[in-house]
Structures are given as structure tokens and as C-alpha cells.
Design a binder for this molecule. Structure first.
Ligand code: AMP
Ligand code: MG
Length: 548
């Protein structure tokens, strides 16, 4: 939820210019820095980060900025519209008080330990205090090479930057924990990319996104020193993270270090479970759930080849790089998150001889996810509270949803409009009518498929009646969890196609539509429409890769 004011919390004044941002760089002040300040690609040992400056670009121009993030940071609209804003958030000028750096982390990629990864193209400017006095890290993605760039160029293309910018904000407005995006700035420089890794690279326009989050620390930040046996660095990182990112735990647990580590891990497990429940609700498929793409704060982080589930298919992943095993498919996300937590737990175990609390936290993840999923389903289906027997009904719903090609966004949204048949007089026709739009192939809504759907709708309605909510209240609550508008893959692609031709109007329009995803917005129905036929097999819509 957007929360611009809170009682008892001071609202700081807007900043006069970008040199008066209130930087307070805790990460670089507290943790060991790489003594080598050259921007040469290398393995970095004994350090949590390397200081590195963004590489300037030829022609910065702001394509879009988020009004809510600007407001949070105290940046007035006139400031965001200024050329200095484009210059600073393209990385061409480092504002006063910043301490730019790239973080050092490792990770498991597609299940295999990959060693050092690090911020290969993201450069944090530092931490600023937002208007409520909270720390927010400003990070430029695509700002040029760093010591962690390996063989790549440190840049990002407009295509993937636009997707990251819009999706970060869309997720926030959906109520899903996420890193935010302040700005999308074109660089005026082209970048060579081979989208499908099939030997056909083409030059694409470049861009930089300024990402914003209280912390960009990933599971992989802990894994790397653990894998290298650098327990001193690992301990420093854990102590810093508890202090900076889990202040409630730090204040509460006057206990031992072991207890604090266990409490932090348990909180990470809890947050991650809550995050995955939200992904499953809105139909978000991250696409690359490597452990370097898992946030310690339980935020959605690193938008790459993600996608929105359109027709309900638990086996779907948008990421062609993962086509063979579909490790990161929609339906596997809860288990993958558990596996990733296990890797984090193993890293933390290096610091403590108490395995039991860490094991307990992992079990807690599973229970917490199950409970969260049941609560979420009961609420979005209009049943108010979960109860025994619901699982069978939800499983049957999954069967119905996979019995034909059915748009899950439209299905859940329109379910609230299905009449509740209190005395068994409605025909199948009348029950099904509000859902008809969700079928990609209306000719499939016949025979057994149709009978199964009608049968489920009758059971659903009976359960609604037992849930005891009156119809108006129930619809209101269902609508608050089943969005009308999500960033459908083809909508993002339309905005990319137009922007590559120089028309950026669709970026602004989508950003605006996605600010109120749960409201029916008359006149904007086109943004709620199911995927058109042309997008079914189009690269960028149903097929994405890690090339970005
Ligand atoms: P990702 O798949 O985006 O999570 O990236 C995995 C690793 O590759 C991270 O260390 C990234 O910083 C790095 N990386 C990805 N793209 C680039 C690029 N264009 N230049 C430098 N490093 C990159
Ligand atoms: Mg990443």
C-alpha cells in the first residue's frame, strides 16, 4: 500500500537539488572495502564491495519516473523533469554525499554453485534518508562495468530496463514486496545483444534504471564468504545486516549471537514465504530464481526474463534459457524458494554450531507458506476464512483451470460476478456467463469442461454461503485481491516496440494504469484484455531470455 504519511513519523522537507539528498552510507562505512580501486575485472577476496564510479553515457534523457518513489525521496516533479535528474540517474554525475560501489556476492545459478558473481552492471550510489527518515539505497542498473562484470559490458538495454521499471512499480501497487524504481533514463548509446543466444546479435538502445530499496543484500552475499571460508567477513556481514535491515531483532534479542542469527534466518524464511504467496496470487513468474536473485528482505528483486501467467499453467516459465528443465516454472516457485533458503541456512551455519534453530526455521517456511496460501485462497475466493476441506475444493479449481486454455487474471477477477445460487435455480449458462471472457478458445468451453466448471461453481457458491459474507462485502474483498490490471507480457512488449520507435507515451500510460490495479478503470479496458493471438509465440511476450 502507498503510505505517504504516518502519525508520529516526521516528514522531512523536499530536497532542493540532487546535491542535497541526505546520504548516510552505512554499508560502505561499516563493511570492509576492496583495497584495489581500479575498475579491472577480478576475484575480490576479503571485501563486501568495491568502490567504482559509473561510466558516463553520451546522451542521458529521462523516459519515465515514478511519482510515488520521487515523493518518497522528497524529489519534486520539477526536479525530476530537470536535465540534472537525467544526468545523475544515468550515472554521468555523482551527487554530493554519494559513495558509489558494487557489491560482492556469489550464488547458485540453476542449481549449481557459480562462485563470485557480484554487481556486474549495478552500481549503488549509496543510502539516502527518505522523507520518513528510513534508509533507501539508490542503485543504477546498467551504469557500466565493475570489477564483477566478468566478460559482459556492464550495460542494460532499453527493453529489459523498461520491463524492470514498469514491473517494479506495478508489483508495488499490487501489494507485492519488491524493490522499487525511481527512473528510466535512455543513454543515447547502443548495446549489442543476442536475444535468443542463436548467433544473431543486434544493436539495441541502452538505458539505466535507478532502483530503490532499503537493502539490496541477497542470499548470495552470505554464500560467497561462507563458500570461501572467510568467516570473519561473513560474521561482519551478518552483524551489519541484523543491525541495519532487522533493527527490530537487534533491539529485541539481547541474547547470544547464535540466537540473533537464528532469529534473522527465521524472519527471512517468514518474509520469503509471504513473498511467494503473493507471486502465486498475482501469477508472477520470476524466471531466474538463482540465489543471487533472492533478497534478504523478502523483496522481489532482479527483474529479467520474468513473466505473467496468462493462461493458467503451473508448468509455464517465460525463460527460454530454462526451457529444458523448467526449474523456475510458476508451480515450482514455492519449492525453489525453500531450496534457496536451505543454501542460505547452510551459509549461516558456518557461524554457529546450532543447526536445530535453522532447521526449525526451514520447517517454519513450509508451514508459513501453506498457511499463507490457504488464507490467501480463501480470501480471494470470497470464503473469508480457510477451513478444513478447502484444499480439495482448491485442487479441483486447479483442475478446472488447466482443463482448457483459461486466462487466470480474468477468471479470478470475474469470479466475483458469478451469481451465488442460493436455491439451485440457475442454469449452467447463467453461472458461467460472467467467466466466458477468460477462455482463449471459446469452442473449448463445452461438454465435460463446461460441466466440470459448472459443478465447481456450485460447490464454490455453497462454500461462499457458508463463509457468511454478504454479497457486497464479499465482492469488495475479492476485488481487493484479484487484480483487473497486471503488466501482461504483451503490454510491456507494446511499450518496448513503441519506445524503440521513439514513442514513449505508452510507458507513461501503463505506469498510470498499473497504479490502481484493483480498480475497474472505465475507458482502459484494453489494458485488461487477454493476450492477443499475435503475442502467443512472439519473442518478448511468451519467450524471454537472460539476455538483457
Ligand atoms: P542476472 O542473471 O541478471 O541475475 O545476472 C547474473 C550475474 O551476471 C550478476 O553478477 C550480474 O551483475 C551479471 N551481469 C548480467 N548482465 C551483465 C552485463 N550486461 N554486464 C556485466 N555483468 C552482467
Ligand atoms: Mg541477478
Amino acid at each position: 500500500m502507498v503510505q505517504s504519511r504516518q502519525l508520529g513519523v516526521p516528514v522531512l522537507d523536499p530536497v532542493a537539488n540532487l546535491d542535497s539528498l541526505a546520504f548516510d552510507n552505512r554499508f560502505t562505512a561499516a563493511l570492509p572495502a576492496d583495497p584495489d580501486t581500479s575498475n579491472r575485472r577480478r576475484q575480490v577476496h576479503g571485501a563486501a564491495f568495491s568502490r567504482v564510479e559509473p561510466t558516463p553515457v553520451p546522451a542521458p534523457s529521462t523516459l519515465a519516473w515514478s511519482p510515488e518513489v520521487a515523493e518518497l525521496l522528497g524529489l519534486a516533479p520539477e526536479l525530476c523533469a530537470s536535465q540534472d535528474f537525467a544526468v545523475v540517474f544515468a550515472g554521468n554525475r555523482v551527487p554530493a554525499g554519494a559513495d558509489p560501489f558494487a557489491a560482492n556476492y556469489g550464488g547458485h545459478q540453476f542449481g549449481r554453485w557459480a562462485g563470485q558473481l557480484g554487481d556486474g552492471r549495478a552500481i549503488a550510489l549509496g543510502e539516502v534518508l527518505d522523507r520518513h527518515g528510513n534508509h533507501q539505497t539508490l542503485q543504477l542498473k546498467g551504469a557500466g562495468p565493475t570489477p564483477y562484470s566478468r566478460r559482459a559490458d556492464g550495460r542494460a538495454v532499453l527493453r529489459s530496463s523498461l520491463r524492470e521499471f514498469l514491473c517494479s512499480e506495478a508489483m508495488h501497487h499490487l501489494g507485492v514486496p519488491t524493490t522499487r524504481a525511481l527512473s528510466l533514463v535512455a543513454t543515447g548509446e547502443s548495446v549489442l545483444r543476442d536475444v535468443l543466444y542463436d548467433g544473431n546479435p543486434r544493436p539495441e538502445p541502452g538505458a539505466v534504471v535507478c532502483r530503490v530499496a532499503p537493502s539490496f543484500t541477497r542470499f548470495g552475499n552470505f554464500q560467497l564468504p561462507a563458500a570461501r571460508g572467510d568467516l570473519e567477513l561473513l560474521r561482519q556481514l551478518v552483524e551489519f545486516t541484523i543491525r541495519a535491515d532487522f533493527p527490530d531483532l537487534a533491539a529485541e534479542s539481547l541474547g547470544t549471537f547464535d540466537e540473533a542469527v537464528a532469529a534473522m534466518f527465521q524472519d527471512v524464511c517468514r518474509r520469503t514465504a509471504a513473498l511467494v504467496v503473493e507471486w502465486m496470487r498475482v501469477g508472477f513468474v520470476h524466471g531466474v530464481l538463482n540465489t543471487d536473485n533472492m533478497s534478504i528482505l523478502g523483496l522481489t528483486i532482479d527483474y529479467g526474463p520474468y513473466g505473467w501467467l496468462e493462461n493458467f499453467d503451473p508448468g509455464w516459465t517465460p525463460n527460454t534459457t530454462d526451457a529444458d528443465t523448467r526449474r523456475y516454472r510458476y508451480g515450482a516457485q514455492p519449492q525453489v524458494a525453500h531450496w534457496n533458503l536451505l543454501q542460505l541456512g547452510n551459509a549461516l551455519l558456518q557461524l554457529t554450531d546450532q543447526a536445530d534453530p535453522l532447521e526449525a526455521a526451514l520447517d517454519h517456511y513450509s508451514q508459513s507458506y501453506q498457511r499463507g496460501f490457504r488464507n490467501m485462497m480463501a480470501e480471494r475466493l470470497g470464503w473469508a476464512r480457510p477451513r478444513d476441506g478447502d484444499d480439495a475444493l482448491v485442487n479441483e479449481l486447479m483442475g478446472v483451470l488447466t482443463s482448457a486454455e483459461i486466462d487466470q487474471v480474468l477468471f479470478f477477477r470475474d469470479l466475483a460476478r458469478v451469481p451465488v445460487d442460493r436455491d439451485g435455480r440457475l442454469s449452467d449458462e447463467e453461472l458461467i456467463a460472467p467467466l466466458a471472457d477468460a477462455w482463449y478458445r471459446p469452442e473449448e468451453l463445452v461438454g465435460e469442461v463446461r460441466a466440470r466448471l459448472a459443478g465447481w461453481l456450485r460447490l464454490w457458491a455453497q462454500r461462499v454461503v457458508e463463509g457468511g459474507l454478504d454479497d457486497e462485502e464479499r465482492r469488495r474483498r475479492m476485488d481487493a485481491l484479484n487484480p483487473r490490471f497486471v503488466l501482461r507480457n504483451y503490454l510491456a512488449q507494446e511499450a518496448i516496440d513503441a519506445a524503440e520507435q521513439g514513442d514513449i507515451s505508452l510507458i507513461g500510460e501503463l505506469l498510470d494504469v498499473l497504479r490502481r490495479p484493483y480498480d475497474d478503470q472505465p475507458g482502459r479496458e484494453r489494458f485488461a484484455a487477454r493476450r492477443p493471438e499475435w503475442a502467443r509465440r512472439r519473442v518478448g511476450c511468451s519467450m524471454l531470455s537472460c539476455s538483457s
